[in-house]
Design a protein around this ligand. Structure first.
Ligand code: KG4
Ligand code: ZN
Length: 341
């Protein structure tokens, strides 16, 4: 199918890979006309984590009205939609299928292309929404609840993973430590807030594998926090949060910086929920600038899961001529840089 992609091409994006039901309308790849996110936090909170069956059902219930709201906020009619993009992976298979089925049905009804988007790739496009002309080579640090990856990009659609976590994802570490400390779920933001009241030098938690390649490990840090608090029950929670956050951010910044130097990066970009962390944003900006690199960070709401990044990534896919078949399925284990069409 030939399909001319321009600055006025309007893409409807749908994101249902985990626990946010999100729909957005984006024009020309970066002009966000609307971005609606309905979180299922309350439904999962009492279980302390995302329950896949609950997620699928909640997506099914929320998607119609979230879509209506996204179109209303964008002040456009369905007939103005030129293509429909949806996350096809990675994520929870049942949750993914809700969004993919809705996107295909919408594309079919409107007789417009459907494009399947890789959720990991989309987190990068969240960073590029405000900086579409970021220069390559680019070191992309994806730090979310499910992933921690350092990726070399020499151009759009050119991904090489240079490092990753060997155990817990960065966000998972924040969430597990927060849960242990009795802070709110999900834990990243709660730790970020508690840390502002604490002393980050109070406890010297370990920084694993600091000078050893580009991989990271957070499981030892989490265990160190648990052991420390059990041995020192009177310790201030704010001090633990601040010291943990400092250790986690030190590791992320140190590794990202080394990887960026290794690939002669001109730009460091971050994406994923942990990229909303105040200390990480400050420290990566200082480090990147000290090394003469541009630092590109998504706005806070674009760090966590949303559909504007899906619509944006979809626009770039379409611009490369990538249109997905209506037979295409979802892939819960989709990797970065692997064609899914
Ligand atoms: O990208 P995301 O919405 O979901 C995945 O694709 O995984 O990331 C969610 C993760 C959670 O682990 C959450 O605790 C973390 O991002 N997070 C934060 C902050 N805000 C969200 N972690 C640290 N500091 C924050 N301010
Ligand atoms: Zn995500």
């Amino acid at each position: 199918m030939t399909f001319a992609v321009t600055e006025s091409t309007v893409v409807l994006g749908i994101e249902t890979s985990c626990d946010e039901t999100a729909v957005a309308v984006v024009m020309g790849g970066t002009d966000v006309l609307s971005s609606v996110v309905a979180s299922q936090l309350d439904e999962h909170a009492r279980f302390g984590g995302v329950v896949p069956e609950i997620a699928s059902r909640a997506h099914l219930e929320a998607l119609p009205h979230v879509t209506v709201q996204a179109l209303a906020e964008a002040k456009i009619d369905l007939s103005r939609i030129d293509a429909v993009a949806a996350t096809v992976g990675p994520g929870l298979i049942g949750a993914l299928l809700v969004g993919v089925s809705a996107a295909k049905a919408t594309a079919l009804a409107l007789a417009v292309p459907f494009v399947g988007v890789n959720h990991l790739e989309a987190h990068l496009y969240a960073a590029l929404l405000d900086e579409p002309n970021a220069e390559f080579p680019l070191l992309f640090g994806l730090v979310s609840g499910g992933h921690t990856l350092f990726v070399e990009m020499t151009n759009h659609d050119s991904y090489r993973v240079v490092g990753q976590t060997i155990d817990d994802a960065a966000g998972e570490a924040f969430d597990k430590v927060a849960r242990f400390l009795g802070l709110a779920y999900p834990g990243g933001l709660a730790i970020d807030n508690a840390a502002t009241r604490g002393n980050d030098k109070a406890i010297n938690f370990p920084r694993a594998m600091l000078n050893d390649g580009f991989n990271v490990s957070f499981s030892g840090l989490k265990t160190a926090v648990i052991n420390y608090v059990r041995a020192n029950p009177a310790v201030s929670t704010d001090d633990v949060a601040a010291s943990f956050q400092r250790a986690a951010v030190d590791v992320l910044v140190h590794k990202a910086r080394r990887a960026a130097r290794e690939i002669n990066a001109r730009t460091i970009a971050l994406g994923g929920g942990v990229a909303a962390n105040s200390l990480l944003r400050r420290e990566i900006t200082t480090a990147g600038h000290a090394d003469g690199m541009a630092v590109v960070l998504p706005s806070r709401e674009m760090c966590t899961d949303n559909a504007a990044m899906i619509a944006s990534a979809g626009w770039y896919c379409l611009r490369r001529g990538e249109v997905s078949s209506l037979d295409a399925g979802a892939n819960p284990n989709l990797k970065l840089g692997v064609a899914q069409r």
